[in-house]
Design a protein around this ligand. Structure first.
Ligand code: SF4
Ligand code: SF4
Length: 392
């Protein structure tokens, strides 16, 4: 985004925010720093300064509650971008998350499998294959039965750089990913991670984007009699994605579960605490979000559909991943409950890639580096095996 566009986001808040205080009441970050209008005016007048925009979770709750449909989270993202453009936004606290992102697109972990006639790919994101490799494996087999000629892409959507304001790097990396998919005629992206969903929705022009839960709810194969009451935590990435939220509740109903809605759900869901990498600078703000969510959930089990949210909320309250509930209900799927933590997550990702490289035959295969535009001249050396798919 250009400096002019960054400024526009700030100017809009400075002009249209009426300081009603509704968003401030919801958010510890705003309570500490002031109303969006004041912050916008100070920014434009070059008063204050510092790295405070990196303490906002970019969760979008302020957008969800604003009666004037303003989006202060976009303003804080624009401020982050401006700091990065000025050379003041590369913070040492973000080294870990930047390294995590980099590994996701590296030749060690990235891998594209595009079978013949592939129109739809499954894009699981970085978290699930590492933390829940068994669940991922069973899920992929299941999806292959539902979606003909389903492809698979292990890679990173580069959301961390997006949120850290490194717009040039984000755009370069995401464009490279999309270029590969377009070149091989992919039309639809099935995602497992709400953050990937948001990135593809917002920047993946030309692709139809769906979350796996939409596909799974339509399949109608999860009808069970669990008779349990649960509550749902909607991740920030799908805050405004009503169809995704509906499909999650539909799946829980199919499992026989009763859903009690929390006061903050869907467009007004709380952040789990992990959003915007804010916790690297302000763990106290992150903890406030997690605590607020736990208080609203009370004694009920929280079901989420984001690996990060499930992990974060799980520190504070009884939390389950929707995928585990779905796959656990399939008696033949053993081991799906198992989750791993770093550094084992990297080992899991590597092993999964190797296993699938052995099992999936035919079509176009290669890492991002092998398939990217700059290596087109090497295309002849790529693994381009066409033929029948393996049994998986
Ligand atoms: S995006 Fe979230 S953390 Fe940031 S100002 Fe809005 S409500 Fe607060
Ligand atoms: S809810 Fe909207 S109008 Fe009210 S203070 Fe927040 S941004 Fe301004």
């Amino acid at each position: 985004m250009s400096k002019e566009n960054n400024l526009l986001s700030v100017e809009r808040i400075a002009q249209d925010c009426v300081s009603c205080g509704i968003c401030v009441r919801e958010c510890a970050f705003l309570q500490e720093y002031g109303s969006p209008k004041d912050l916008a005016e100070d920014w434009l007048a070059e008063r204050g300064g510092g790295h405070f925009p990196f303490e906002c979770s970019l969760c979008g709750l302020c957008h969800g509650v604003c009666p004037n449909a303003l989006d202060p989270s976009s303003m804080f993202l624009a401020m982050r971008r401006e700091l990065v453009e000025q050379g003041e936004g590369e913070l040492r606290q973000h080294r870990t998350i930047r390294a995590y992102e980099k590994r996701g697109s590296s030749s060690l972990f990235s891998w594209f499998y595009l079978p013949r006639n592939c129109k739809t790919i499954f894009f699981p994101g970085c978290a699930m294959p590492g933390s829940r490799p068994q669940a991922f494996y069973h899920l992929f087999k299941l999806l292959r039965n539902l979606v003909p000629d389903l492809g698979l892409v292990f890679d990173c959507c580069t959301k961390p750089s997006h949120d850290l304001g490194n717009d040039a790097h984000f755009k370069k990396m995401f464009r490279e990913l999309c270029d590969i998919l377009h070149r091989y005629s992919v039309q639809e992206v099935l995602v497992a991670c709400p953050n990937c969903y948001r990135v593809f929705q917002e920047y993946g022009a030309g692709f139809r984007v769906r979350m796996i839960y939409e596909e799974l709810a339509e399949s109608g194969r999860f009808f069970r009699q669990e008779t349990k009451q649960v509550t749902v935590h909607d991740p920030c990435g799908v805050r405004f994605a009503g169809k995704v939220q509906d499909s999650v509740r539909e799946l829980l109903r199919q499992l026989g579960m009763e859903v009690r809605e929390m006061a903050h759900s869907r467009a007004t869901s709380f952040c789990c605490g992990e959003g915007g990498s804010a916790g690297f600078l302000r763990p106290d703000f992150a903890k406030i979000w997690t605590d607020k969510r736990a208080i609203e959930a009370g004694a009920e089990c929280v079901v989420s559909y984001c690996a990060g949210c499930t992990k974060f909320l799980g520190k504070k309250t009884s939390t389950d991943h929707l995928l585990r509930l779905l796959l656990n209900s399939e008696s033949e799927m053993q081991g799906v409950a198992k989750t791993s933590k770093a550094p084992f997550t990297y080992w899991n990702r590597y092993r999964l890639k190797k296993r699938l490289q052995r099992e999936l035959q035919g079509g176009i295969c290669g890492s991002r580096q092998e398939l990217s535009e700059k290596n087109l001249s090497l295309e002849g050396s790529l693994t381009r095996r066409r033929g029948a798919l393996g049994s998986g």
